[in-house]
Design a protein around this ligand. Structure first.
Ligand SMILES: *[C@@H]1O[C@H](CO)[C@@H](O)[C@H](O)[C@H]1NC(C)=O
Ligand SMILES: *[C@@H]1O[C@H](CO)[C@@H](O)[C@H](O)[C@H]1NC(C)=O
Ligand SMILES: *[C@@H]1O[C@H](CO)[C@@H](O)[C@H](O)[C@H]1NC(C)=O
Ligand SMILES: *[C@@H]1O[C@H](CO)[C@@H](O)[C@H](O)[C@H]1NC(C)=O
Ligand SMILES: *[C@@H]1O[C@H](CO)[C@@H](O)[C@H](O)[C@H]1NC(C)=O
Length: 279
């Protein structure tokens, strides 16, 4: 059950009734709404009845506040970096904070390690009805290359669990078709696909087969208050599932500004943000 929640899957909705001019004081879009799993969770799981919580050290030790927030990494997530590129100051608040008086004028992060796709679809349709017109859909990453899956199923000759990665590729192909279909059927909106397997850096990290933090072998999450590796930027994996901030900064940068044609189909986030749509 827990493993299913950990899919490398992230939906990212950009609401845009009227894009503001791009300058240093204003974000490129009025607000963004984020859907997804633990890779983009910014604290929603903290208040859910779930064992998948990460609101304890060493999670968050490299977060600007130096405190755990419920993010499943040592610092910021990929969507944190994307929001930063879009010009948002501060972080998009998690849904779980929405009734605590926090200012939600720049959007809400619904992503949760405990989220189900069905509730997310409902929220997205509501957002569409309320004017959300720019949607970025992220494909799955190579789940079969996570430490957790490899230790559970054993590596194929490729070094990853091929069976799982083949399913990932199949899913992503269908997602690309869906994006094309949605673009055809909603002429007043724009949908784009971000190729997670392509934008996630596969090089530049010395250690790919071990996590930086010491993990609980059942949950794959970091042991509370354990001392993580000293050189976090050399590690791809923070815990058995989730990448380090060093990976997320690259993934977020490439999603925002795709230097390779394979990274995005048809638009990267910066192009999506600057697009003018009919009213
Ligand atoms: C929320 O933030 C926006 C933009 O910074 C501001 O215009 C608005 O007044 C704020 N709302 C509240 C209730 O503080
Ligand atoms: C999106 O759909 C429109 C038709 O609504 C079509 O003209 C256009 O070529 C499509 N663009 C992409 C990139 O799929
Ligand atoms: C994603 O990128 C890879 C290259 O890294 C490419 O082989 C693949 O076709 C791309 N997938 C899609 C659905 O565009
Ligand atoms: C990781 O791979 C290296 C060789 O590349 C090996 O020496 C090391 O034992 C492996 N670590 C684990 C935890 O499998
Ligand atoms: C950490 O890793 C980076 C990148 O490999 C390297 O430049 C740096 O010297 C390392 N620092 C330490 C303290 O090992």
């Amino acid at each position: 059950m827990w493993r299913v929640m950990h899919m490398w899957f992230l939906l990212f909705t950009i609401c845009c009734s009227e894009a503001k001019t791009i300058n240093s004081d204003h974000p490129q879009l009025p607000c963004i709404f984020i859907f997804g799993d633990s890779l983009s969770d910014s604290g929603n799981n903290n208040r859910l009845r779930t064992t998948g919580k990460t609101n304890y050290p060493p999670y968050g030790i490299d977060f600007p506040s130096g405190q755990p927030t419920g993010r499943f990494t040592n610092g910021r997530t990929t969507v944190d970096f994307i929001a930063e590129h879009l010009g948002f100051k501060g972080f998009i608040p998690p849904f779980s904070d929405a009734n605590t008086g926090v200012n939600i004028s720049k959007g809400i992060n619904y992503a949760s390690g405990g989220a189900g796709i069905r509730t997310e679809t409902g929220r997205m349709l509501t957002l569409y009805d309320n004017g959300a017109r720019k949607v970025a859909l992220f494909g799955l990453g190579f789940i079969g290359c996570t430490i957790a899956e490899i230790s559970m199923y054993g590596a194929s000759r490729s070094g990853c669990v091929d069976r799982i990665n083949n399913a990932v590729l199949l899913f992503n192909e269908k997602l690309v078709s869906l994006v094309d279909e949605l673009n055809g059927s909603f002429s007043d909106a724009k949908f784009t696909y971000l190729n997670t397997t392509a934008i996630t850096p596969s090089q530049g990290f010395k250690v790919l087969n071990a996590s930086c933090c010491q993990v609980n072998r059942l949950s794959g999450l970091c042991l509370a208050n354990s001392i993580p590796c000293s050189n976090k930027s050399e590690y791809f994996f923070w815990d058995s599932f989730h990448p380090t901030e060093a990976v997320n900064v690259i993934t977020g940068g490439r999603a925002y500004n795709a230097q390779e044609p394979s990274y995005a189909h048809p638009l990267d986030i910066s192009q999506l943000a600057s697009l003018s749509l009919p009213n």
